[in-house]
Ligand binder design. Structure first.
Ligand code: AMP
Ligand code: MN
Ligand code: MN
Ligand code: MN
Length: 287
């Protein structure tokens, strides 16, 4: 197990724990280097960074940007080692967040047609930062109100493409998202490639577009990857000369998936992205 975790969430987006708490939890579970990567939002970074450093854990500022690629595929791009005050990044993310409340109203209307009332208010009540309202908050509302037994089932039955509560949305384009991250001094990383269900051709097209835009990394070790995924993307990282990243994608205790603070080891053929981020790592102890 590696004690590096460069992908997880706080209540600044759709995580269930406040930023300081999730950073401390990572430290308690043995992490030595972490990055908080909330969706489209930098609001938790200061708190997480202070808590990490106080707990003796090295920290990278991170973000996970929602992208619509090729006009129809939703993918996520993680940015690591970013400057959270970079105006281009700050403005770009604000633009993505702007559409979430309207989308949530449409989701709520769709659910009402299925006889599920009050989903907008119910989801909002579970969301710390209204402009970050998203599918996970709706999923938690549907579980909490007794409509569905768990979050996974909500997504499968209601909130994924083709299901009745799913509302398509246009996020950032790939070149913009990667451009903001690079301009802010960070390294862009394709998040959880194993979740996209792309065949070989589409995966290759994504990687080539991503590299053209200035992207350099891909998650090889992810809470949502099987062992087979890890080996597959290690080989892909080598083939396309991408740096390899590792992250739990932790959201909430007991919601399935990995806990925060550690990740499966990268296969030895990988070049770890954190080796290229020495100057961006905020160190708990000066060397
Ligand atoms: P949104 O940005 O509002 O579209 O929500 C996306 C978030 O929903 C992801 O970051 C995950 O946290 C969660 N999510 C997406 N698909 C699933 C799934 N099949 N099971 C559980 N959570 C999911
Ligand atoms: Mn999420
Ligand atoms: Mn994601
Ligand atoms: Mn994530």
């Amino acid at each position: 197990m590696a004690t590096v975790d460069l992908h997880f969430h706080s209540t600044a987006s759709d995580g269930a724990l406040p930023a300081a708490e999730v950073a401390r939890r990572a430290g308690e579970r043995g992490a030595t280097l972490i990055a908080l990567t909330d969706h489209d939002c930098l609001a938790g970074l200061k708190e997480a960074r202070e808590a990490a450093l106080a707990a003796g854990v090295d920290f990278l500022n991170g973000v996970e940007v929602s992208v619509t690629w090729n006009s129809r595929h939703t993918i996520h791009i993680v940015g690591l080692g970013i400057d959270p005050d970079h105006p281009g990044l700050v403005e770009g993310l604000a633009g993505i967040r702007a559409g979430r409340v309207n989308r949530a109203r449409e989701m709520s209307d769709a659910l009402a047609k299925l006889g599920i009332e009050g989903a907008f208010d119910g989801a909002m009540a579970l969301c710390d930062n209204p402009e970050m309202i998203g599918r996970t908050h709706f999923a938690r509302f549907l579980v909490g109100s007794g409509h569905v037994k768990d979050v996974k089932t909500v997504f499968r039955k209601f909130l994924t493409p083709g299901k009745p509560g799913y509302v398509p949305h246009v996020w950032a384009n790939l070149a913009d998202a990667v451009g903001w991250i690079v301009a802010a001094g960070g390294i862009a990383v394709i998040a959880h490639p194993g979740r996209y269900d792309f065949g070989r051709t589409l995966t290759e097209r994504l990687i080539l577009d991503f590299k053209d835009a200035g992207g350099q990394g891909i998650e090889v070790s992810s809470g949502s990857h099987s062992l087979d995924d890890r080996l597959k993307y290690a080989l892909i990282a080598k083939q396309y000369e991408l740096l390899a990243s590792a992250g739990s994608d932790f959201h909430a205790p007991g919601e399935g998936g990995r806990d925060v603070g550690y990740t499966d080891d990268l296969p030895p053929i990988c070049r770890p992205v954190w080796n290229e981020l020495h100057e961006r790592i905020i160190r708990a102890r000066q060397p």
